[in-house]
Design a protein around this ligand. Structure first.
Ligand code: EPZ
Length: 421
């Protein structure tokens, strides 16, 4: 097991380049299963453990999948899918494996996937995914820890309303509907930039999808899709994480490749906290030369404040001037980082779905752990400003979603290294 060791107090300065978006590339790799006749080549694919995992998942279906992390390229030839079943150990490792159900139903008319189970931040149900598949004509059976979906007569377009704009359910239904017979109308879908990226890739494959990024998706099913070349969008959450790091350490960082349009709530909240933000076509400059002011945040589906930035902002509020309220409306248990931050001296009280964060003058370094991906990022941010040494364990959570985190932070002047436990 490895851990991160950080000595806090350095202001971050310089440039950092943002990698491809984890939450765009995972559904897009699942969508490569829909491509027949020609292979797919994906560029700007981030070197993340989750990408290696989904490569294993689609490889287990008998598909030729090759990931080159150095070149940030992913190749898939899914002309022939031999198996339509994803094993428990892979699905348990990463919930996003469930995103292969839509493509398998569309391509093979059946899919057998183990129930994804919950994770640290919540029960993570899949009822909306299954409701969509049934609306498209699939028969769903759940038993012995597996979900069996069958559409022996193929999928038929339908009008579907999502009770909650679930990102995964929107993606799974979008992929299934792209090859269903007739039109599908999906109302109240997720509107995240990653949904638009998936729809763009599917359309390059020959799909007919309109309305991605709005509150109604219209899909005209087509009988066949072909593999295609595609470049994944930059990761707005990785970008947001470095923006908060620049603000907390009172530095001056240029976040190259960040797309401001994808980060409006994060930019607005950082400006409210007194951070200087300059946006241009190639990226975003973040400067701060004093303590940030406390702000209130409330996570919402896009275009609201992203839940994946909640933990990072809480780390910033822990050392801001004043008291900030953090309300998490998307997941029911996404405050696992609170206890870890309190070990470092943060003053936080949880009251239901809201955490009251009273800024303190300083945090002190100590041993903490990453409880999940974004909580781990929050602990890194806290360590960057804490007095003394912070050691972060269970960093496999962080490796799932941050590409070359340590080298990027070292290059910005942070005193951080990976060591064996
Ligand atoms: C995606 O997860 C992201 N993961 C998450 O990022 C992100 O936090 C989340 O969307 C919200 O933006 C990937 O894209 C791989 P949801 P997903 O379905 O699709 C409930 C990170 O840190 N729900 O939008 O699982 C669910 O319980 C990760 O990068 C149902 O009730 O999120 C949750 O409360 C963490 N029934 C809410 O919706 C369903 O069928 C949001 O879930 C599906 C979801």
């Amino acid at each position: 097991m490895e851990k991160l060791v950080i000595n806090g107090g350095n202001a971050l300065r310089g440039r950092v380049k943002i990698s491809g978006a984890k939450n765009a590339v995972l559904p897009i790799i699942a969508a490569t299963l829909l491509g027949q006749d020609t292979p797919s080549r994906l560029d700007e694919v981030p070197a993340l453990d989750d990408v290696h995992t989904i490569a294993e998942v689609i490889g287990s279906l008998g598909v030729d999948a090759r990931f080159d992390p150095e070149a940030h390229q992913f190749f898939v030839d899914s002309a022939g899918i031999k198996y339509c079943e994803a094993p428990y150990d892979l699905v348990r490792k990463m919930r996003a494996s469930f995103l292969i159900m839509g493509p398998l139903l569309a391509r093979c008319g059946k899919a057998r996937i183990s129930l994804p189970g919950g994770c640290a931040i919540g029960t993570r149900p899949i009822d909306l995914h299954l409701k969509g598949f049934e609306a498209l004509g699939a028969e769903i059976e759940i038993g012995h820890g597996f979900i069996d979906a069958n559409a022996p007569h193929g999928l038929k377009g339908a009008r579907i309303y999502l009770d909650f704009p679930s990102v995964g359910a929107t993606e799974n239904i979008l992929m299934a509907a792209s090859m269903a017979e007739g039109q599908t109308v999906l109302e109240n879908p997720a509107q995240e930039p990653e949904i638009i990226d998936l729809a763009n890739y599917l359309n390059v494959m020959g799909a007919k999808i309109r309305g991605a990024g709005t509150n109604v998706l219209k899909i005209e099913g087509v009988p066949k899709l072909k593999g295609a070349a595609y470049t994944v969008i930059p990761d707005r959450i990785e970008a947001g994480t470095y923006m908060v790091a620049a603000a907390m350490t009172r530095g001056d960082v240029y976040i190259e490749n960040a797309i401001s349009e994808h980060l409006k709530p994060v930019i607005a909240k950082l400006k409210e906290a007194g951070v200087i933000i300059d946006e241009d076509v190639d990226g975003i400059r973040v400067r701060c030369d004093k303590a940030t002011k406390a702000v209130d945040i409330k996570t919402m589906p896009y275009p609201g404040f992203p839940t994946d930035m909640q933990a990072q902002f809480m780390a910033m509020l822990a050392v801001s001037e004043g008291t900030g309220l953090v309300t998490e409306t998307v997941f029911e248990n996404r405050f696992m980082h609170v206890d870890e931050l309190k070990r470092m001296g943060a003053s936080i009280k949880i009251d239901g779905r809201t955490s009251v964060v009273e800024g303190v003058s300083k945090l002190t370094g100590c041993q903490v752990k990453a409880t999940d991906l974004r909580a781990g990022a929050a602990m890194v941010l806290a360590g960057l400003v804490a007095e003394g040494e912070t050691q972060i364990g269970y960093i496999h959570h962080i490796d799932r979603g941050y590409d070359h985190l340590v080298p990027k932070l070292v290059q910005l002047g942070a005193d951080i290294r990976r060591v064996e436990e």
